[in-house]
Write a protein that binds this ligand. Sequence first.
Ligand code: SF4
Ligand code: NI
Ligand code: NI
Length: 708
Amino acid sequence: SVLTDLIYGGSHAVAGLTEGAVNDAIAKHGADKAIAFPDTAYFFPTIYAATGVKVAKLGDLPACVGVLKSLITDQEDLGQALNAGLATAVGAEILEGLKYLDGADPYAAETGIGFVPDPVIRSLGVPLVTGDIPGVAVVLGKADNAADVVSVVKDYQSKGILTFLIGGVIDQCAEGGVKMGLELRVVPLGHDVTAVIHAVTVAIRAALIFGNVQPGDLPGLLKYTKERVPAFVNTFGAIDNVVVSAGAGAIALGFPVVVDIDLGENQVPGALESVLDHSLTVKHSLELRNIKIKTKELPIPVAFAAAFEGEIIRKADMHTEYWSGKNATAELVLMRDPSEIEDHKITILGDDMDGGEKNYALCTFIEVAGAKMQADFESVIERKIHAWFNYMEGVMHTGQRNQVRVRVSNDAFAKGLRLKHFGEVLYHMIMDEFDAVVDKCQVTLITDEAAAEKFRDEVAMPRYNERDDRLLSMTDESVDRFYTCILCQSFAPAHCCVVTPERLGLCGAVSWLDAKATNELNPQGPCQPIFKEGCLDERTGRYESVNKMIQEATHGAVENVTLYSILEDPMTSCGCFECICGIEPVSNGFIVVNREYKGMTPVGMTFGELASCTGGGVQTPGYMGHGRHFISSKKFIAAEGGIERIVWMPKELKDDVAERLNRTAKELYGIDNFTDMIADETICEDCEALMDFLTEKNHPVLGLEPLM
Ligand code: SF4
Ligand code: NI
Ligand code: NI
């Protein structure tokens, strides 16, 4: 057929290019020349996932070209033709990989980021499972009419869809005023059509990172991407056989392709479809992948979408600023008796934004009432203010409690945005997301400096202090239940977190109070109570009831977990962990590395390489993903001796947790300034220098029993 001819034509063209490029590179650099994509533990991800082959030098590539060519059978069969599409993906991966030869930075001068590093993929885990990012669009080509692609991409952005751009559409969107960047969910990859592989390997590495798909298990890989990665492709403008063949590769991975030219009888329903009217492209694409968007119609004059969360407002673009550095600020949610408040009452005490000043105080005071409301949920609701304010286009919010900065852009002000709309946003979002516990909600915004100061000092601060005291007194011993969290199962089907007061979820986003609130809001939802019953071993935190729930929640994939050990049945990791803790055998200690750290560690592995040792819901003794706040917990690797086993952390992480960690070390062991004894990358990146440092500091790990 015309379609299979096009696919095979494109695959042959790419195969020829790839073979030539590999031969040239070997002739020039030799077969032993090392080759790698930046910041990944998965080699050439498509080749690695599909075949298990670890490409590390140019000499590894000819065999891959051989495999690639064997996939192009020229048989008149759609399934065979889709395999040829995978060959094109492999070819594109090799061609793009060659661009990075010799430490080159091929995308430095491009409006595209090229290869997406592993840590970025891990950071997408939570927003994907919460539905914050409801899907992934790959938009490629060059639109006949630039306005068409601009409106399609803006529509995806307003819906929170993560959109990758390849080709001329990048410049068309840039000129059309689309705000781009990873935080804004619109990511330009590159201008060459081969750059599409950088979107493809995100899906492929998701299977390896979260899904525990084994390298070489091609059917398992294709099943994972089809069922669990909600991606699809839109092409704009004329398409040649290379694009068609790349599209066939996408279809083989389970991603439908929507083109804007008429394919007539060559369409494959559900997989390859023509949509000529661009006003229908988004709707039809989402339907093909069954992606449902919860639309929020709010009575405000600017857009409201998760995609605007990362928007930055510079001083020059700013109309009004509320900042604790200059004026009093506070954010407080308080539980009230229903008789004390009036539903949907929004009050502004002081000037609104048109009051003539650039800087104001701002206290955001939310009073809620409800039969099932609990004081413990105040802080859970309060922490959402940050996201909700940020979702307004033209509003930037940082901080919490009495340390807050809010900026409103000139543009948003000109569109009519005022503080009363902030109140509307809070009211409607609370009634929407917390309707199970909140029946009535009233919002007061205070900009009058004297009133704000009084509110902050006399109402807000005492309440924060009360809550902090309660959190400090909340230990695993003081509660009668823990919670499961299986939110990440949509990507890591065998993973379940156990969340306790002293051990938050490994993503860092789910504390015990959050899990409790989630359970209250949605009793059949992802967080289920585990009653503390049948303690088998206090040292490792082993409970009959925990094991039973874990077996149920993972459908038997995991039988036993401990709460406090990293060596004996440690908790599983899904892949989206904030930090990883791993054994450092020379010192008998552990290192802790955060996702943002790009350098080397004394165990000879980067964060990405350490992270690839665990994940996908598998137990890997000696390695464990966890949240930042867990590090200073008295329960952190408690079975192995606790925090006095920590020997190395990146400096940024160490500084961030120092205050709490030092407090815990003082309480547990009577050590002052414990973090001074922990090495970091400014001190050493190898294990001999690490031992010298630990000896010099008389680090307590040197006096502990060997780990194994
Ligand atoms: Fe995923 Fe665990 Fe965080 Fe839940 S607590 S969202 S399962 S990482
Ligand atoms: Ni309203
Ligand atoms: Ni996760």
